[in-house]
Write a protein that binds this ligand. Structure first.
Ligand SMILES: Cc1ncc(COP(=O)(O)O)c(C=O)c1O
Length: 716
C-alpha cells in the first residue's frame, strides 16, 4: 500500500511540476536522480527477485498492481508523461545533449549541434509555415488559410533568430526593433495603458516557437537567451512581450514581469510582460548551469552578437538616449534628471572652468604632457605622498582595466564585496577569469562591512582583496582605522585594492593613500570624476607602492590623460575650500532626499556619499516598474541587481542632486510608485529635514572627526 502511495505521489509530483523538474536546477536534477534511483531497483526487484503473486489475493489488488505498473512502465500515459521527460531532460543536460522526439513521437536523447543564426530570406517561408502550423492549426489563434502560411507587416523589418538541427528548424523567435512602424503589442493595447517607455531603447520579443519534436529540449532557453543577447548588442534596454497565459510561468522564470494586462486573440489569451535588459541579465544567473552546457553544444552564428557579453558591465547613463548621444540638442539635458550615474550634483570649481574656458582652443589642439607628469606632481603634493607612488589615468575605469589585467591572472584568488560596484566582478570574472569569492553583506545589517568578519576572510590567503570604500551602491563606509587593522592582520602576500571614489564625502582624512604609498601591498584607486565634478573629462589616479606602479606604467600608453583633464585635475586640487563646502552640503541634501523617500514608504539605507540605496515596498510596483515609469517622466535611476546577488526586484539606487532636482525626483517617484497619474499636483512645495536623520549625520560627523584625530595621531 505504501509503495502504491509513493508511486502515485511521485507520478503526481512529476506531472504537476514537470516544468520545474526540467529546468536543470540542482534541486530538479537531484530529484530526478532520486526518481530514477527509486524506479530502477523497484522494477528490477519486481521482475527478478520478489514474487508478488501470493499477495495479489483479490481482483482489486491485481488490477491495482497492473495499473501501477502501467503508470510506471509506459511512457505514453499522461500520468507518467511528466516525470520521464523531466528526468531525461534534467539528466541530459548533464551531458549537454539535446533530447528530441523522433518522428513516431518517442523520445531520443542525442548529441546534436544546434545552430543559432539570424534567419536568411530562404528560411522565411518555412518559418511562416511553422507559424501557421502552430498559431492557426494548433492554437487556433488565427483561422487556418489555404496558403498554409502566416505572416504580418512587422515581418518586413523584424529579425528572426532561428535554431536549426541540421536543416530542420527546431525553433525560432522574432525581434521587433524600435522604429516608427510600431510593435505587435500596439495591436492589443493603447500605449497609455502600457507602463513602458516607447523609445529607442524598447525592443519587442515575440513568436517564441519551438517545433514539437524539440519541446523541453533547451531550445526555448537558447532562443530566449539569443533574443536577449541580440537586444543587448543592439543597445536595447527594455523588452516588451506578450506571452500565452498557460506558459506564463516559463516567461516569469526567465525574468519577464507580467503587467496585469491581458488580451484575447482567437482562442489564445495573452498576458503583457516587460523587463529591463539589466533585470533579465541578472536573472540569467538562475540558468548559469544550463547556459554553460548549451554554450558547449551550440554553434552560435549570430553575426555581430557574441555569446557572452564579457565586453560589457551594466552601467547607468541611459539618460543620454533622451539627450541624444550625437549631442545635437544638448539643451534637452534640462528635461532629464540623470540620477542613474553618480556624477556630482555641483559644478567643477569656478577656477577650473575659467582655466579651461580661457585657453580652450590651445587646450583642445595641443598634445598633453606624455606621462601626465605635472598632474602626478600636483596629486602627490596634495596628498602628501612621493610622486613615484602616483600613477595618473584617464578615469578610474581605465586604471581598473589596465592594472587588474596586469596584476591578476586566471589563477589568482580574489575576495570582493557583494554588493559592490559591478565593474570589479566583471573585470575579474568575465575579462580575466580569476577565482572570485564574495563577502556577502546583508540587507538586515544595512550592508555594513564588519571589520572582524572581513579580517577573518582576508586572512585566508587571497591574492587580492578588492573593496570599494565607501561602498556603492550601499553608501556604507568602513573606518580608516578599522580597515588599516584588517590590512595589518592579513598575510603579506595578500594585496589590497581599495577604491576610494567617494571617500571625500566622509572626510578626506579617511583616505588610506598615505598608508598605501608606504606599503608593499595596498593600492588606492581614486576617481576624480565624482568628488571634483570631472566625470566628463576622465581623470583619476592610483596611489600605491612605487615598484608596482612603475611596472604598470610601462604598459600604459603615452598621452593617456587628455590635456583638458590634466589641466582640470591640477586646478581642482587647489580648490579645496570650494569642494569641501559642496561635500558638506551633500550630507544635508542626502538627508532631505532620504526623508522624502522614507515618506513614500521606501526603506532607505543610510549612506554617507552622494547616493541612496532604496528598497521599494512589497505591495507596490517593482523597482523595474518604478524605473520604467520614472523614465517616462525624464527621471533616470539605477536598477542595482547587477551589483549584487543579494538584491531582489525591489532595490534601486538614486543619486543625490541639488534641492530642486531632489524635489522633482520625489514627485516623479511618488507618482511612479503609486500609479501612473499626472504629476502636476504632486510637486512638494517644501521639504523639511527630519530631526532623526540630522542627528544621525551629526553622530557620523563626530565619528569622522575622531577618525581624523586618529590619523593625525592626536588623542581622541
Ligand atoms: C566605486 C566606483 N569606482 C569607479 C567608478 C568609475 O569612475 P571613473 O569615472 O573614474 O571611471 C565609479 C563610477 O560610478 C564608481 O562608482
Amino acid at each position: 500500500m505504501r509503495v502504491a502511495c509513493d508511486v502515485v505521489a511521485f507520478s503526481l509530483i512529476s506531472t504537476i511540476f514537470a516544468g520545474a523538474l526540467a529546468d536543470g536546477s540542482v534541486l530538479a536534477r537531484a530529484f530526478c536522480v532520486f526518481l530514477a534511483q527509486f524506479w530502477t531497483p523497484r522494477l528490477a526487484v519486481a521482475t527478478f527477485v520478489f514474487n508478488m503473486e501470493p499477495y495479489l489475493t483479490s481482483r482489486l489488488w491485481r488490477a491495482g498492481y497492473a495499473a501501477m505498473n502501467v503508470v510506471f512502465c509506459v511512457p505514453a500515459p499522461r500520468v507518467h508523461a511528466g516525470s520521464a521527460p523531466a528526468a531525461m531532460v534534467a539528466l541530459s543536460r548533464f551531458g549537454g545533449r539535446f533530447r528530441i522526439h523522433d518522428r513516431s513521437g518517442a523520445m531520443r536523447q542525442e548529441t546534436r549541434t544546434v545552430t543559432l543564426s539570424i534567419a536568411a530570406a530562404q528560411d522565411r517561408d518555412v518559418l511562416y509555415q511553422m507559424r501557421h502550423q502552430v498559431y492557426a492549426s494548433e492554437l487556433h489563434q488565427h483561422p487556418e488559410n489555404a496558403a498554409g502560411r502566416l505572416t504580418d507587416p512587422l515581418d518586413e523589418f523584424n529579425t528572426y533568430l532561428v535554431a536549426k538541427d541540421g536543416d530542420e528548424i527546431a525553433g525560432f523567435v522574432a525581434i521587433t526593433p524600435p522604429t516608427e512602424r510600431g510593435y505587435s503589442v500596439d495591436k492589443y493595447f493603447t500605449r497609455d495603458q502600457v507602463p513602458v517607455a516607447f523609445d529607442r531603447a524598447l525592443y519587442e520579443v515575440r513568436l517564441l516557437t519551438v517545433n514539437s519534436r524539440y519541446r523541453r529540449s533547451g531550445i526555448a532557453l537558447l532562443l530566449m537567451f539569443g533574443a536577449l543577447r541580440f537586444v543587448e548588442a543592439h543597445g536595447g534596454q527594455m523588452i516588451v512581450a506578450i506571452g500565452r497565459i498557460d506558459v506564463l510561468h516559463m516567461y516569469e522564470r526567465a525574468g519577464l514581469v507580467p503587467l496585469g494586462l491581458q488580451t484575447t486573440s482567437g482562442s489564445v489569451v495573452y498576458e503583457l510582460m516587460s523587463a529591463s535588459v539589466e533585470h533579465l541579465r541578472a536573472h540569467l544567473q538562475a540558468f548559469a548551469g544550463s547556459l554553460e552546457r548549451l554554450e558547449r553544444t551550440v554553434d552560435w552564428r549570430l553575426d555581430g552578437v557574441s555569446w557572452n557579453d564579457a565586453a560589457r558591465c551594466q552601467h547607468g547613463g541611459a539618460f543620454f538616449e533622451a539627450i541624444g548621444d550625437e549631442f545635437d540638442a544638448l539643451e534637452r539635458r534640462h528635461r532629464v534628471i540623470n540620477a542613474d550615474v553618480l556624477d556630482a550634483w555641483f559644478d567643477p570649481a569656478p577656477a577650473v572652468v575659467e582655466k579651461l574656458a580661457r585657453d580652450l582652443p590651445f587646450v583642445m589642439k595641443t598634445s598633453p604632457p606624455t606621462e601626465a607628469s605635472g598632474m602626478r606632481r600636483a596629486i602627490a603634493r596634495a596628498r602628501g605622498v612621493p610622486e613615484s607612488s602616483i600613477l595618473p589615468g584617464a578615469g578610474s575605469s581605465a586604471l581598473i582595466f589596465a592594472a587588474l589585467r596586469q596584476w591578476v591572472t586566471r589563477a589568482s584568488r580574489v575576495l570582493i564585496l557583494d554588493p559592490m560596484y559591478g565593474e570589479y566582478a566583471h573585470v575579474l570574472e568575465q575579462v580575466i577569469g580569476a577565482r572570485v569569492d564574495r563577502f556577502r553583506l546583508s540587507a538586515e545589517r544595512d550592508y555594513e562591512v564588519d571589520p572582524t568578519e572581513l579580517a577573518a576572510l582576508a586572512s585566508q590567503g587571497f591574492d587580492w582583496v578588492v573593496l570599494v570604500n565607501p561602498n556603492s551602491p550601499s553608501g556604507r563606509h568602513v573606518r580608516h582605522s578599522d580597515l588599516a587593522r584588517v590590512i595589518a592582520s592579513a598575510p603579506e602576500t595578500t594585496r589590497f585594492w581599495i577604491d576610494e571614489t567617494y571617500v571625500d564625502y566622509v572626510g578626506s582624512e579617511q583616505s588610506l593613500e598615505r598608508m598605501a604609498a608606504s606599503s608593499a601591498n595596498v593600492v588606492i584607486c581614486k576617481s576624480m570624476s565624482k568628488v571634483y565634478a570631472l566625470s566628463g573629462l576622465r581623470a583619476a589616479y592610483l596611489c600605491g607602492p612605487a615598484r608596482l606602479l612603475a611596472d604598470l606604467s610601462h604598459v600604459c600608453p603615452p598621452w593617456a590623460v587628455s590635456l583638458p583633464a590634466q589641466l582640470a585635475a591640477c586646478e581642482a586640487l587647489k580648490a579645496t575650500a570650494y569642494y569641501r563646502k559642496r561635500w558638506d552640503e551633500t550630507h544635508a541634501l542626502r538627508a532631505e532626499l532620504q526623508w522624502g523617500l522614507q515618506a513614500l514608504g521606501w526603506q532607505v539605507v543610510t549612506g554617507c556619499a552622494n547616493f541612496l540605496l532604496c528598497q521599494v515596498p512589497a505591495d507596490g510596483p517593482t523597482s523595474s516598474e518604478v524605473i520604467a515609469e520614472a523614465r517616462r517622466n525624464g527621471l533616470f535611476v539605477r536598477d542595482v541587481r547587477s551589483m549584487g546577488v543579494c538584491f531582489d526586484e525591489r532595490a534601486l539606487r538614486i543619486a543625490v542632486k541639488d534641492r530642486r532636482a531632489n524635489a522633482a525626483m520625489l514627485a516623479i517617484l511618488r507618482a511612479a510608485a503609486s500609479s501612473r497619474q499626472s504629476l502636476s499636483d504632486q510637486v512638494p512645495s517644501k521639504l523639511e529635514t527630519p530631526p532623526g536623520i540630522i542627528e544621525r549625520h551629526k553622530i557620523e560627523g563626530e565619528r569622522q572627526q575622531q577618525d581624523a584625530r586618529w590619523c593625525r595621531n592626536e588623542p581622541p
